[in-house]
Structures are given as structure tokens and as C-alpha cells.
Design a protein around this ligand. Structure first.
Ligand code: NAD
Length: 389
């Protein structure tokens, strides 16, 4: 089953050697998924070889806790190792392009967290590196994990089967409140140099990816508005400027003619991690709420009006996407399972020698929309046309 990355000379083990870079939020979530994917899914064998961070003591502790054989502090040295086949990038956005391009050029398969990069130029360079690597049998994927929520994978199937008819519009809202308190301190997520953008790249990117995932195709027009409510926050040596948005409002025209509205805020007081999606077609409608992750509401508008209403589908049947690997029906799963599904899909594609999805080109499509939102916002929300892919 092993599909060695080109450039790897290692012959001793049939398992794919994995290195993860970053051991905090996403590093922990991905480690959990690397650790348990093979316990539930039939995937190519892996070895959790090395976890990379900056602080030697902390990364050593994290490596031991999260199941990695070793810890390291220099990602360049790790990428150069012959026993590493896969590099999983869980660092802030400002490092994505440099690490991903270096790893792909070294012949390693790459999984990178979203958004693809901090700038459109970086994203274009990453997508070009991924296309060149693909020619050499080296694969890459971006971690839009909400594509792996079974209810949303089911929603995509229902839309593709025509159960909603012609989709007319989509509402997507991703709301958090961790910046609601104006005294919350500065982090790398609040400066353009380190994060690229604020709520836009951090969470609107997920919602925009869902529009593309659910409808397929591409977006042709974008308008947007960005706003920063709190422009200065406590830093280590006094107040520091916030140089990214706190909230974003976006409308998208899809190539099919459907319109999507996307809202994202990290200041929606009371909302902890609320992702809500609504899809309306002429034959039906779908509703999803991440806080009820195992459920999808479906309305069949072809039924007589007297019988019509949203039905609650508990997405835990063996025939639902991903669910035959888990528990008997009705035994619900959680947010962390989306990462296990992500690793499952990535490893399966590597094993089959096919391109994993979403690709860096898919990440680039989202990045083009993020850049267009910024352009639109700077031009009083004017409509920006997007060229084809
Ligand atoms: N898919 C999701 O739901 C989701 C959720 C949160 C974050 N993310 C994305 O994941 C990425 C990381 O975010 P996070 O929340 O885990 O950030 P974090 O701040 O929690 O962790 C960042 C990690 O990067 C490491 N790092 C920084 N510089 C490094 C260097 N030079 N060498 C090695 N390691 C270095 C840090 O030590 C830390 O372990 C971002 O792209 C973010 O947008 C995705």
C-alpha cells in the first residue's frame, strides 16, 4: 500500500513517515487524528515520526503526549530527512508557503492548514509548486476540515443528486466571540504580517470553502466589507495596533447564478464557534448548525404543502459519509472526528496515487475570493469580477 514520495530513499519500513510542524491547537487536533485514523479506517500505514516546534522542552513534552517518536526544533532539518514522507503544516499562515514549497520540492506529500497562505502571491506560488510536485507523484491537500463533517458531506450528495433542484441562494455564517472583550491581548492572529487577515482568512475562509464544496463550480463576483472594532490591544510591551479585520460581510455570485452571503465575526458576543449554513433551491432546502454536528435538516419542497416541513436527519447511519467506520447508528461523533476523516482521505489518496481534495488549487480559489473581499472593502464594497480558474 505504500506510495513512497519521490526523493525518499528509505527502504527499511513499509509505513509512511509523518512529520507535523506546530504542536498547539491544530498540532494537537492533527496529532489525535494521525494517532487514531488507522484504528477506524483502512488506510496506508503511517509512523508518527517527529513533531516540530520552537521550544525544545515544550515540543518534547508534546511529542511524548501526542504519540510522536521524536521532537525537533528545526523544520528544515526534518524536511531533509529520508524517513519523512509526509509533512503536516500546523503553523500560523505566515509560514505556510515557505514550508510547503520546501517540502514539496524535497518530494514530501504535504497537508497544510487553512487558509492556504497569507497573501494571494504566496498562494499562487504554493499552487504552482503543488502542480509541479503532482507530476512527480507528490500529493498535497489543504485542511478545510468542515468538508469532513458527515452531515455536510451528505448535504453535498443531496445537492449533487438534484434533491434541492436549482440552488438559488446560500447563507453561511461563522461566528465566534473570543475578541469580544476589548482587553483580550494581542496574538499572531491580529496582525496582517503574521495572519494575513482577521476573521476573513481565519473563519470566513471555512464558510467560503463550504459554498464551493456544496455547490461545486466557481465564484464569479465578490463584494465585501471588513471592519475592525477594536484597533489596539494589550501587547507584551504596551498597546499594539490590530492590523486585521474583526468581522467580514461578503456576497458571492456563483457561476450557476446562485448568490451566497457569508458573514464571519470574532466579536459575535455569546457565539463560541457557531458555523451555520442554509441552502435554498426550488425543490428543497438544507440547514446545518455545527452545534448540532450530527444533524442535517432537509425540506423536500416536492411534497404536497400539507406534508411539507424540515425533517431532522440524524447523520449516524452506516450509509452516511464516513459513518460506517464509527459506532452503531445513533452513537454521535464530534468536531475532532473531522480531522480523522481528513487524514483518512489524505492517506487514501496517497495510497491510490490520486490527487487529494481539496487541493492547493482549491485553496487558491478561496484565497482569490479573500483577496477580492479585501479589494472590495477598500473600494466601498464595490463588486469585484473574478477571472476563471
Ligand atoms: N481547521 C481548523 O478548524 C483550524 C482551527 C484553528 C486554526 N487553524 C489553522 O491552523 C494553523 C495554526 O493555527 P493554530 O490555531 O494551531 O495556532 P497556534 O498558535 O495554536 O499554534 C501554532 C503552532 O506553530 C508553531 N510554530 C510557530 N513558529 C514555528 C517555527 N518557526 N517552527 C516550528 N513551529 C512553529 C508554534 O510553536 C505552535 O505550536 C493556522 O493556519 C490556522 O488558520 C485551523
Amino acid at each position: 500500500m505504500r506510495a513512497p514520495a519521490q526523493g525518499s530513499t528509505r527502504q527499511s519500513s513499509s509505513a509512511l513517515g509523518v512529520a507535523a510542524i506546530g504542536y498547539a491547537f491544530m498540532g494537537k487536533a492533527h496529532s489525535n487524528a494521525w494517532r487514531n485514523a488507522a484504528s477506524f479506517f483502512d488506510v496506508p500505514a503511517i509512523e508518527q515520526k517527529v513533531l516540530v516546534g520552537r521550544d525544545a522542552r515544550q515540543v518534547t513534552e508534546a511529542a511524548a503526549k501526542y504519540g510522536w517518536a521524536e521532537a525537533a526544533t528545526d523544520w528544515r532539518e526534518v524536511i531533509a530527512r529520508d524517513d519523512i514522507d509526509i509533512v503536516d503544516i500546523c503553523t500560523p499562515g505566515w509560514m505556510h508557503a515557505e514550508i510547503a514549497i520546501a517540502a514539496l520540492e524535497a518530494g514530501k506529500h504535504v497537508l497544510v492548514e487553512k487558509p492556504l497562505a497569507n497573501t494571494l502571491a504566496e498562494a499562487e506560488a504554493m499552487a504552482a509548486a503543488a502542480r509541479a510536485a503532482r507530476e512527480r507523484g507528490v500529493h498535497s491537500m489543504i485542511g478545510f476540515n468542515y468538508r469532513r463533517v458527515p452531515a455536510l458531506a451528505l448535504a453535498k450528495e443531496l445537492i449533487a443528486e438534484g434533491r434541492l433542484g436549482t440552488v438559488r441562494h446560500v447563507r453561511a455564517a461563522y461566528q465566534q466571540d473570543w475578541l469580544s472583550d476589548a482587553r483580550s491581548p494581542m496574538t499572531w492572529r491580529l496582525t496582517k504580517d503574521t495572519a494575513g487577515s482577521g476573521a476573513l482568512g481565519d473563519i470566513a475562509s471555512h464558510a467560503i470553502d463550504q459554498v464551493l464544496f456544496l455547490l461545486g463550480g466557481s465564484v464569479t463576483e465578490v463584494s465585501g466589507r471588513l471592519h475592525t472594532f477594536v484597533t489596539s490591544r494589550p501587547g507584551t510591551n504596551g498597546p499594539e495596533d490590530v492590523t486585521v479585520d474583526d468581522a467580514a460581510w461578503v456576497t458571492l455570485t456563483h457561476g450557476s447564478g446562485a448568490i451566497a452571503s457569508v458573514e464571519a465575526s470574532r466579536m459575535a458576543t455569546g457565539q463560541k464557534n457557531s458555523l451555520k449554513l442554509e441552502v435554498y433551491g426550488d425543490k428543497g432546502a438544507l440547514l446545518f448548525d455545527l452545534e448540532e454536528l450530527n444533524e442535517l435538516a432537509f425540506l423536500d419542497a416536492t411534497l404536497p404543502v400539507r406534508e411539507r416541513g424540515f425533517s431532522r436527519v440524524l447523520v449516524t447511519e452506516p450509509e452516511h459519509p464516513y459513518m460506517n467506520a464509527w459506532w452503531p447508528q445513533g452513537h454521535i461523533i464530534g468536531w475532532e472526528h473531522t480531522f480523522t476523516h481528513e487524514i483518512r482521505d489524505f492517506l487514501t489518496a496517497i495510497g491510490n496515487g490520486t490527487e487529494p481534495s481539496p487541493s492547493f488549487d482549491d485553496g487558491l480559489s478561496v484565497q482569490r475570493i479573500l483577496a477580492a473581499v479585501e479589494e472590495s472593502s477598500a473600494a466601498k464594497s464595490s463588486l469585484i469580477q473574478l477571472a476563471g480558474p
